[in-house]
Design a protein around this ligand. Structure first.
Ligand SMILES: *[C@@H]1O[C@H](CO)[C@@H](O)[C@H](O)[C@H]1NC(C)=O
Ligand SMILES: *[C@@H]1O[C@H](CO)[C@@H](O)[C@H](O)[C@H]1NC(C)=O
Ligand SMILES: *[C@@H]1O[C@H](CO)[C@@H](O)[C@H](O)[C@H]1NC(C)=O
Ligand SMILES: *[C@@H]1O[C@H](CO)[C@@H](O)[C@H](O)[C@H]1NC(C)=O
Ligand SMILES: *[C@@H]1O[C@H](CO)[C@@H](O)[C@H](O)[C@H]1NC(C)=O
Ligand SMILES: *[C@@H]1O[C@H](CO)[C@@H](O)[C@H](O)[C@H]1NC(C)=O
Length: 398
């Protein structure tokens, strides 16, 4: 149990630190007027585009990530070091990192195909120890804060958009009021084109070194995003069980990737997302290619907690998910849900589009200091656009 006790100690202490550091910023709750005419992206909230890489699924898993890892391993090394610094700050003897390096690789034996081989390939090409690459992959199961929206216009055309917010608790840079990990993630953010037979199977936005998926689209078929769900019986427990030897549940990021790679329809994807036992609670936001095909699946680890789908005929033309159960009030210091709904209401169903979705996701605090990128997906129109974001002051810390 020692590793687990220490991990939760690290997390608790980091949370306290983060709260203290973020206090200097614009105090929550604080909401900006809904933005207008922000698209095409420009100005200080737009950092740039992401590079595209092809992941060839016809290659053996060990070789698939060679190119992206080679190009981006310096950035990956920086992030792994950021995380080690946080861990070592709470365990100055370096015992946790020693355990990560020595013990984690031997636990790999039970990761499903093709993930284990892919991770080994990334470790070898980057020269970063396998245990550290594995813990880098575990991180995304724990710290992903997000806003996801699926909305349909009067013609039944669907738009799925999201802000990826990541890096809370992992170090605050007092020089320019940014989260260290959030900033460093921007330089290893990539768009991936997963191909078989030289044809796109799905597109995804990811971080170099990570083999799961958090955001993706299967052209013509569905779009999918993952939002973290924090509950008492949460991810920490599942991950603990995994460390203690219970390996039958699926990592959420790996399930997302399997669905994107192998599900053949909206219904098929929905089934996989509802039925697979997972390691941590989660919200899956799934959009299809026609009117009414958009839902938020609220998952406990073993079963479904709630299913909420578009009902355009009854006036439910959008679904929104941040990081709170829809039937509960959001944490009062982190209400991104009501601002999102307010802006959707103001936009109206007549005017919802890729462009107005970007406006909504550019409105603070929906856009905040943790926001790494904004993704705009339009399955029927075959549009997949991703923009790196910044949130200059005044801006809320999360
Ligand atoms: C803030 O400073 C860090 C470290 O110097 C840098 O990596 C990052 O790009 C800066 N971010 C902004 C928005 O200026
Ligand atoms: C994919 O395209 C490349 C170059 O265009 C070609 O050499 C290769 O044989 C193709 N592979 C498959 C599986 O079709
Ligand atoms: C939408 O999905 C249905 C069934 O899954 C398929 O028949 C149809 O061709 C798809 N539409 C487009 C635009 O791909
Ligand atoms: C998708 O299915 C194929 C064939 O069953 C399997 O080999 C592959 O590992 C699956 N991909 C993922 C990411 O689970
Ligand atoms: C949005 O509009 C709906 C329908 O008119 C209304 O019930 C809801 O209270 C509004 N929500 C916000 C946050 O403005
Ligand atoms: C919808 O867009 C049209 C055209 O840009 C504009 O004239 C109208 O005011 C917009 N409606 C709302 C409710 O913003």
């Amino acid at each position: 149990m020692r590793l687990s006790e220490r991990l939760s100690c690290v997390l608790a202490a980091a949370a306290a630190l983060a709260t203290a550091c973020a206090r200097a910023q614009q105090a929550p709750p604080w909401t900006e007027d809904c933005k207008k005419s922000t698209y095409p992206p420009s100005g200080p909230t737009y950092r740039g585009l992401l590079p595209w890489y092809t992941i060839n699924l016809d290659l053996p898993p060990y070789k698939r990530w060679q190119e992206v890892t080679t190009v981006l391993s310096p950035g990956l090394r920086t992030i792994v070091q950021n995380v080690k610094d946080v861990v070592n700050a709470f365990s100055p003897t370096g015992r946790i990192m020693k355990m990560v390096d020595e013990r984690l690789p031997s636990m790999l034996g039970n990761l499903p195909w093709p993930f284990e081989e892919e991770l080994k390939g990334i470790a070898d090409v980057s020269g970063i120890p396998l245990g550290e690459i594995l813990s880098f992959n575990i991180f995304y199961e724990l710290f992903t804060m997000c806003t996801s929206i699926i909305a349909e216009d009067k013609k039944g055309h669907l738009f799925h958009s999201r802000n990826m917010d990541f890096g809370i608790f992992l170090g605050w840079n007092i020089n320019n009021n940014t989260w260290t990990v959030t900033e460093n993630l921007k330089s290893i953010s990539v768009n991936l084109d997963f191909q078989k037979n030289n044809q796109t199977v799905f597109k995804a936005t990811s971080f170099a070194g990570y083999v799961g998926s958090l955001t993706g689209m299967k052209p013509g078929i569905f779009s999918l995003t993952l939002n973290e769900r924090f509950t008492l019986n949460g991810g920490y427990l599942g991950i603990l069980e995994w460390f203690l030897g219970r390996r039958d549940d699926t990592w959420i990021g790996f399930l997302m990737r399997s669905v994107l790679e192998n599900a053949t329809s909206y219904e098929d994807a929905k089934n996989m997302l509802i039925k697979t036992k997972i390691l941590a609670p989660a919200y899956f936001i799934l959009g299809g290619n026609k009117s009414g095909q958009g839902c938020v699946i609220t998952r406990d680890r073993k079963s479904i907690a709630d299913f909420y789908e578009l009902k355009p005929k009854e006036g439910r033309w959008f679904v929104v998910e941040t990081n709170y159960d829809r039937w509960k009030a959001p944490f009062f210091l982190d209400d991104r849900r009501n601002p999102t709904i307010t802006c959707l209401n103001q936009t109206t169903q007549e005017n919802i589009s890729k462009t107005t979705s970007y406006d909504i996701l550019s409105t603070k605090p929906i856009l905040n200091k943790l926001t790494v990128y904004t993704t705009l997906m339009d399955v029927p129109g075959n549009v997949y656009e991703v923009y790196l974001r910044d949130c200059p002051d005044p801006c809320i810390g999360w």
